[in-house]
Design a protein around this ligand. Structure first.
Ligand code: DMJ
Length: 932
């Protein structure tokens, strides 16, 4: 995006630019100033090192793109574990995530302009020819309108923009005659029927061949869409109109935006996550800057930049003001309710919001951008990647990570705005982590679970469209790029649209709806460049000084709680009672409870119920302490309950040519060696005979000293384990007999025992779904000798073996000591119980229901009558809850335990807590559905 690209100062005259270039130039100006005054802080990075990192990005791109082209093309995406293309209908459905795939060679189209940015002009020319030759936009497939717009329409337009730029330069693309634009236009017309609603908001899905209405369309019955889905069209649609002169596209996108603006909640100026496309009612009234809304805000500001239409800036600033008032709780960004914006809607954040600091840079609001980015970076340092969702105290809430680019995007813009070499170091870490944890022989694989390091057979097209662009640009100097990046704006998928479009074909009527009904606070409007003396008030360490107080925000979460305890120590007052210390038999504790408005009710079944009536507390501070105590109690109960569930395990293929790069998600067993307590088990694999392992093995010599592969079915898991153990196996992997099953699409479970004593089983046993299992079986077919590692978390790769293959810089990063890995694993274990995935880690017997202890839930009150046990819940020690924010989160994952605690008047009732919990589940579903 040129607006953060650096180079031109504010007020520089660029003839083809309209007045909005003032905004475009804003951050550029920041860069120039900041770079020139930068004298201290993080050590500057030499040109040589930046070039080295840039080259590393190029090599990584080649690895991803090359493998896609070789093994997947013309399929939409590469499946990097099985090294083949993902063709919709030929793989088990992943639900709405698959709606991005339209059998139109998605990854190739999404990669077009990346090729030019990365200076691969020859490859670009070839790629364009392939698109023109092979891509069919008329398939009988139902696709997401949003995804098709940002990835395919955006990809074609980005390709066209750079194709004409290259043609003009006179060397490449001389044959080009707007063919990509013609395809874009064809696609644009295919998307238009989606807008056939009274509101003008588009249907979320459309059939590329049959549209919406026709019976063959198999879509058109949806009533809801997400705000981002309806509000992220204007850049591509306006560009299409202005490139072609066909005004209809821009008109439709504007109409949808106007409708959303009309529907904003008038007192808070916020929008909800989901809206009914027919009635315009908010279906989900929670509001944040992440999943479901994110790019709606992004497009308002960028539409102003690209189209020079003031009303978009007015709208953006009005929303931004509301975001900063209610959602921004630095360094956090927390969803709130649109009608009650002081009330947090949840206490976890999703990974998509990582784009927001980048947008704040564009807006010129650097301080909160630095703060949020720093917080996100610390989460990344803890888990190597940003998990899909994490709580306000930075525990993993949803452990997946599909190689999203948002954080790299913000890192790039922050570097451009501040010139602080710290952001180059951040980029270097991102590169190292990608190579170390996500790189597989056939591309880069999404993380199935950032805690175990296991992979998913998935490499989304946005990884090529965005990640490599931002990383490359981060380290590039102006002369490393063959065109002036400042003449373009980045779409949400990082496709490049030329800024000169603002003055071309401006026939669309501008509807300024803002002034009709709002009195706008002009002080919030930046019509001119922010003064960098204010952004960086004579202080070269400005960015660092903002980051400094946040240095330990993740490791020492919940500063407020801690401060409160410290304060009370200082003042000599007693610190508030913590749930983990509470003893129902301690009279002093009961007295404190009373002061806090918490009463104890002894239930007939022996349990103790806690109820808080805040109004009965002795003071508002006591009421606050009571609320915190209740929240901690719920958390404690949930923690203890979940501790009885085993987290997923990892099977890592360590032999040639995988060298530990392929990590598969495995289900644990409730019997046999506990891999979290013991060293991992490493060995070659061998199939057992009989394959189901249900009787004495006939090939003991083959499995002796090895890890036996056994097929699921026909007898209990424990029986299989005994049979392979008797044959001398050192471990076992049970592979699902359900063909096509995968941990991508089915909830993982733990293998239950047979209801009898299983202490005789000493070897570790893990379960793999069929798709993951077949990766090992295929490897045996191909390489015969296949060695695997069974563990609770992927281990560092074998540096010796890696040396044979890896470039040296990568090896450096891989020489991390085993102790480091172990200790980080222990740290991560603390959060192992948190994700929704794990709540679905059910216990499953092999063929008949077996006795398991896991079902037994322990009530909060029971736990807390046994203080010794409670103290053992060490994981709570370093954690606190953010009092104001965590109320609902406690309930999100504790359906079973919550009935043990009743809430008084001022506290959210259980029903509503559960309703919120359901809402959160829906939020996740929606997130998957609408935004990948
Ligand atoms: C991208 O496709 C776009 O950036 C979109 O706006 C949100 N998410 C993905 C990548 O995470």
């Amino acid at each position: 995006m040129s607006e953060a690209g650096g180079g031109r100062g504010c007020g520089s005259s660029v003839p083809q630019r309209a007045p909005w270039s003032l905004v475009a130039a804003t951050a550029a100006f920041c860069l120039v100033s900041a770079t020139s005054v930068w004298t201290a802080g993080a050590a500057p990075m030499s040109r040589e090192e930046r070039q080295k990192l840039g080259n590393q990005v190029l090599e990584m791109f080649d690895h991803a793109y090359g493998n896609y082209m070789e093994h997947a093309y013309p399929a939409d995406e590469l499946m990097p574990l099985t090294c083949r293309g993902r063709v919709r209908g030929q793989e088990p459905s992943r639900g709405d995530v698959d709606d991005a795939l339209g059998k139109f060679s998605l990854t190739l189209i999404d990669s077009l302009d990346t090729l030019v940015v990365l200076n691969k002009t020859k490859e670009f020319e070839d790629a364009v020819k392939k698109v023109l030759r092979d891509v069919n936009l008329d398939n009988d497939v139902v696709v997401s309108v949003f995804e098709t717009n940002i990835r395919v329409l955006g990809g074609l337009l980005g390709g066209h923009s750079l194709a004409i730029m290259l043609k003009e330069k006179g060397e490449y693309m001389q044959w080009y005659n707007d063919e990509l634009l013609q395809m874009a236009k064809q696609l644009g017309y295919k998307l238009l029927p989606a807008f056939n609603t009274t509101s003008g908001l588009p249907y979320p899905r459309i059939n590329l061949k049959f549209g919406i209405r026709k019976p063959e369309a198999r879509t058109g019955t949806e009533t809801d869409t997400c705000t981002a889905c309806a509000g992220t069209l204007i850049l591509e649609f306006a560009a299409l109109s202005r490139f072609t002169g066909a005004t209809i596209f821009e008109e439709y996108a504007r109409k949808a935006l106007d409708f959303l603006w009309e529907k904003r909640q008038r007192s808070s100026n916020l929008v909800g996550v989901t809206i009914n496309i027919h009635t315009g009612d908010w279906v989900r009234k929670d509001s944040g800057v992440g999943a479901g809304i994110d790019s709606y805000y992004e497009y308002l500001l960028k539409a102003y930049v690209l189209l020079g239409d003031d009303s978009f800036l007015e709208r953006f600033n009005t929303h931004y003001d509301a975001i900063m008032r209610y959602i921004s709780q630095p360094p956090l960004l927390l969803d709130v309710h649109i009608h009650k914006p002081m009330l947090n809607a949840r206490t976890w954040m999703d990974a998509l919001l990582a784009f927001f600091p980048g947008l704040q840079v564009l807006k010129g609001d650097i301080r909160p951008a630095i703060e949020t980015h720093e917080m996100l970076y610390q989460v990344i340092k803890k888990h190597n990647f940003l998990p899909e969702a994490f709580t306000t105290d930075f525990r993993v809430h949803w452990a997946q990570h599909p190689l999203r680019p948002e954080f790299a995007e913000s890192t790039y813009f922050l570097y451009k705005a501040t010139g602080d070499p710290y952001y180059l170091e951040v980029g270097k870490t991102l590169i190292e982590n990608l190579n170390k944890y996500a790189r597989v022989p056939c591309g880069f694989a999404a993380m199935k679970d950032v805690r175990t390091g296991s992979h998913e057979d998935r490499m989304d097209s946005f990884f090529l469209a965005e990640m490599f662009k931002y990383l490359y640009l981060l380290f590039a100097d102006k002369e490393d790029i063959i065109f002036d990046i400042e003449d373009y704006i980045f779409t949400t998928e990082a496709h490049l649209l030329p800024l000169w479009l603002s003055t071309t074909n401006q026939s669309i009527s501008k509807k300024n709806t803002t002034s009709e009904y709002t009195e706008l606070d002009d002080s919030n409007f930046d019509w001119t460049c922010p003064n960098t003396q204010i952004l960086f008030p004579n202080d070269p360490l400005y960015a660092q000084s903002i980051r400094e107080p946040l240095k330990n925000v993740v490791d020492k979460s919940c500063p407020r709680g801690i401060i409160r305890v410290e304060e009370s120590f200082r003042s000599g007052a007693k610190p508030p009672l913590r749930a983990r210390d509470f003893m129902a038999t301690n009279p002093e504790h009961l007295e404190i409870l009373k002061k806090m408005g918490v009463s104890l009710i002894h239930l007939k079944d022996g349990r103790v119920q806690l109820v808080q009536h805040a109004i009965q507390a002795a003071s508002s501070i006591d009421a606050e302490d009571g609320l915190r105590f209740m929240q901690e109690m719920i958390e404690l109960s949930s923690q203890q309950q979940k501790e009885q569930q085993l987290p997923p395990r990892a099977v890592q293929i360590v032999s040639h040519p995988f060298f530990g790069r392929v990590v598969l998600t495995a289900g644990p067993a409730q019997f046999g060696l506990d891999l979290s307590k013991h060293k991992e088990t490493r060995g070659f694999v061998a199939s057992s005979k009989p394959y189901n392992g249900c009787s004495e093995l006939t090939n003991p010599e083959a499995v002796m000293g090895k890890i036996a592969l056994i097929q699921r079915g026909q007898c209990m898991f424990a029986e299989k384990a005994r049979n392979i153990q008797n044959a001398g196996a050192i471990g076992g992997i049970v592979i699902d007999d359900n063909e096509g099953s995968s941990s991508d699409t089915a909830p993982l479970f733990q293998m239950a025992g047979d209801g009898k004593d299983t202490d005789d089983i000493k070897i570790p046993m893990l379960f793999l779904f069929s798709k993951e299992g077949s990766i090992i079986l295929d490897a045996i077919r191909e390489y015969e000798e296949v060695e695997v590692l069974l563990s609770d978390k992927a281990k560092d790769r074998d540096p010796e073996m890696e040396n044979e293959e890896q470039p040296s810089s990568e090896n450096d990063s891989q020489n991390q000591s085993a102790e480091q890995i172990t200790s980080s694993s222990q740290e991560v274990d603390l959060v192992d119980q948190e994700s929704p995935e794990e709540s679905s880690l059910n216990s499953e017997p092999e063929s008949s229901p077996a006795d398991t202890d896991n079902a037994a839930s322990v009530s909060a009150s029971e736990q807390n009558s046994h203080p010794t046990e409670n103290r053992e819940t060490a994981s709570l020690d370093g954690e606190c809850t953010d009092l104001d924010n965590q109320l609902q989160e406690q309930s999100e994952t504790e359906e079973d335990s919550s009935p043990n605690v009743s809430w008084g008047k001022k506290v959210q009732p259980i029903d509503s807590i559960l309703a919120d919990w359901n809402e959160d589940i829906e939020a996740f579903e929606m997130m998957e559905k609408d935004e990948l």
